[in-house]
Design a binder for this molecule. Sequence first.
Ligand SMILES: NC(=O)c1ccc[n+]([C@@H]2O[C@H](COP(=O)([O-])OP(=O)(O)OC[C@H]3O[C@@H](n4cnc5c(N)ncnc54)[C@H](O)[C@@H]3O)[C@@H](O)[C@H]2O)c1
Length: 476
Amino acid sequence: MKVSVIGAGYVGLTTAACLAQIGHDVFCSESDVEKLSKLQNGGMPIFEPHLQDVIKGVRKVGRLRFGSTEEAIAWGDAIFICVGTPPLANGDADLCAIEGVARAIAKRASGYRLIIEKSTVPVQTGGQLRKHLSVHSTNGLRYDVASNPEFLREGTSVEDFLHPDRIVIGADSPRAADLLHEIYEPIVKQRFTCPIHSDCPKRKDPTFLATDTNSAELIKHASNSFLAMKISFINMVANLCEVVGADVTKVAEGMGLDPRIGPAFLNPGIGFGGFCFPKDVQAFVRIAEKSGCDFSLLREVEKINQRRVEHFVEKIRKELWVVRGKKIALWGLAFKPNTDDVRFAPSLTLVKALLDEGAEVNAYDPEAMEKAKSVLPNITYCSSPYEAAEGADAIVIVTEWDEFRQVDWDRLRLAVERPLVVDGRNMLDAAEVTRRGFHYVSVGRPVVTPGQLPSAAKDVHSVEGVQVEAASVLAK
Ligand SMILES: NC(=O)c1ccc[n+]([C@@H]2O[C@H](COP(=O)([O-])OP(=O)(O)OC[C@H]3O[C@@H](n4cnc5c(N)ncnc54)[C@H](O)[C@@H]3O)[C@@H](O)[C@H]2O)c1
């Protein structure tokens, strides 16, 4: 099928490349001229594992082209809208870019088009789009509007798109539903050449869930808000563990063994970030409020998340005593590993807090430093975790890149001023780090000192309103 994708960001570029990979003829547009010219010249505006290879392959056989939005509108029988929907100051999703695309389609397209919202949008956006298309249509456009929320995760986006658990479509006409089914059939039936796995194992077919547009739009916001809630929940459990002397890793493991709960998203840390969770929770709360539903449960989820960085800085403060003048080796800037995306990353708030207290920050991230430079100009960017650690008073881990699991701790021991690791992602093996002579502080787990058994909180502590007199606890 002739398919257009509008917006070549993390979602649009993956969508365009993967739809071409499964056999469609795709035209992808991008309004940012620098990004567009990079793509047209074979470059990549983002880092995403496997994506560049897929794009190279499908361009070679002529199934993917890049150009203007006007060309994209003229090309596709189906048009996927993949532009950004960032948060406004009041938490609402900013639908300016969506509105702009709808207006352009209404003015330029003629004949029948299936217009698909892939961007994350508030419920009832489909209805607004239909109204807008009718009002501005000048060329006898006939159309359906459908919702097809995207569940890919940055860092594994190609894998997630081609091997999803579910494909959700919201369509209010049989024609729209049939077209979407046709587009996704190769994925549903697993009939395509997998560009990632040379010997791609046969998996369970993904569920193709067809519903109405409003429900599909809600599925996306409700899913992300639920996952965010899980993260904030385990973060509060971690706080409690720190006070009473328990180990949150074990608590999470025990909880996750219950299939009604499941182990995913029970990793405590310095909070969720990125372009989806923070804005989607905010937007969902606003939708609920405007609909007269009190969803203050999610307000709490947000509040807990906003306090994570301060809670983490407190750990650093507790260890360093005076933060002013101290050198911090900051490992990781991206909001999660395997991406270069720093939008709404906890690292941004953390760095600001450390700089405000007078620390010197030497940062290293395998992929995100270019993107970070424009938003964090006042720190030093280093070429390796070792360079960042040179003379450091603390190594602070913000993103759980695999590379940090493989570092040479003996070499680092010689490089640092003080052997202290504050791990915001609980990614390291405490026994291993302390064996190499480092004092190890993590989240919701006992602090571990070289040569000592890990001991948990022993005194009266107060963490976010929790006041507990904890018994002395010794963990193995
Ligand atoms: N990033 C994710 O992991 C993810 C996952 C699922 C859903 N989403 C949702 O998908 C949407 C896009 O997210 P993203 O991360 O890809 O954003 P992004 O900012 O990386 O990409 C959006 C792109 O659209 C371009 N654009 C804007 N207006 C345009 C126009 N008129 N014509 C052509 N291009 C235009 C922008 O220049 C930008 O490159 C958002 O609604 C987001 O919530 C994102």
